[in-house]
Design a protein. Sequence first.
Length: 196
Amino acid sequence: MTRKQRNAMVEAYRHMMATGLGTGSSGNLSQRIETGMIITPTGIPADMLEASQLVSMSLQGVVEKGQLLPSSEWHLHAGIYEARPDINALVHCHSRYATILACAHKPLPAIHYMIAVAGVDEIPLAPYATFGTAALASSAVTAIAEYGLACLLANHGQVAAGADLGGALRVAQEVDELAAIYCGCVAIGGGELLSA
């Protein structure tokens, strides 16, 4: 991965935080590379992250020497990349409204036509598994299935995918906006769902 691509990843991570998709050092993002993936390191806030700190690793968890520790959610990213060769970038975040639904164990239905950005007519809920585990990765892989681009992670947050990092960020932002709309509809008595 070139220096320019690494800088773009840092900017994407900062954008993720600036737009309210996460706070502090919560959330992470990655991009597929030929040898595995580049992922954000654990514990470094977006405003302190430097391009050289991004972690290059295999999908089996082998980290090249001399690097920081990868995000604790590397299993989640690796599992999805292994299951979905069409996905080249992932965003995992604890965005407010998507996390509200995830904590309420509610999938996100088709309350608005923009749900189409996720490639499904309902954004599914992955059953709870402890953060940072292979079990969470397995749960998310099952939820995203063969073609979806997003899922909610029970009592945790959301994961969004794309052909590139810009696409994955757009999906994550739209998922949280849709979740906000749905929460608002529920608060005033419900909403009319769209058919497939």
